[in-house]
Each structure stands twice: as structure tokens, then as C-alpha cells.
Ligand binder design. Structure first.
Ligand code: ZN
Length: 93
């Protein structure tokens, strides 16, 4: 267990955002930064194993590991599918 630190979940996105990225979470219009997968609220809703897969493959991608780009893409796709199956209203209590 190395405990690799990844910046994917850092911050709450309070600063103005220049790039409006397509948001992966249905029903959520929160602007997110280009390098971030989702806003803080949506990111926290994603199951831990999916977040780990995204963060881990992102770290490998930064390190230039072969195949990490595709790995990161499929990890994000899995998370987007999860968000589509769990719209924001359901998770709001
Ligand atoms: Zn969101």
C-alpha cells in the first residue's frame, strides 16, 4: 500500500471557471474545471471504487504509463454510467 496522493478531489471549485466542461452528472449544472472530472458534490457521490479507478489511472497517465489513457477513459465512462443511473435527485436527502 503506497497511499498515492492524487489531486483529482482537491478543492471545492469556488473560483471562477473559464472553461465550461460537459458535466458528467445529469441534473447538475455546476461549472467544473477542465482538469477535474466532476464538481465536488458529484465526485463525492461516486462510489469509492470508481473514484479510486479514476484517480489511480489518472496518476498512471501523468506518469506516462502505457495504456493508462484508455484505462482512465474507461474508468471515467464507468463513473458517468453510474451517475446516469443515479440522478442527483435520488441522492439528495
Ligand atoms: Zn455536479
Amino acid at each position: 500500500m503506497s497511499g498515492t496522493r492524487v489531486t483529482a478531489d482537491a478543492g471545492e471549485g469556488e473560483q471562477p471557471v473559464a472553461h465550461h466542461l460537459r458535466h458528467p452528472c445529469p441534473g447538475c449544472a455546476t461549472p467544473i474545471q477542465i482538469q477535474r472530472f466532476a464538481c465536488g458534490g458529484c465526485w463525492r457521490r461516486i462510489p469509492g471504487n470508481l473514484r479510486t479507478a479514476i484517480a489511480r489511472s489518472w496518476g498512471r497517465r501523468l506518469n506516462g504509463v502505457t495504456g493508462a489513457v484508455g484505462e482512465h477513459l474507461s474508468a471515467k465512462t464507468a463513473a458517468v454510467e453510474w451517475l446516469e443511473q443515479h440522478p442527483r435527485e435520488e441522492g439528495h436527502k
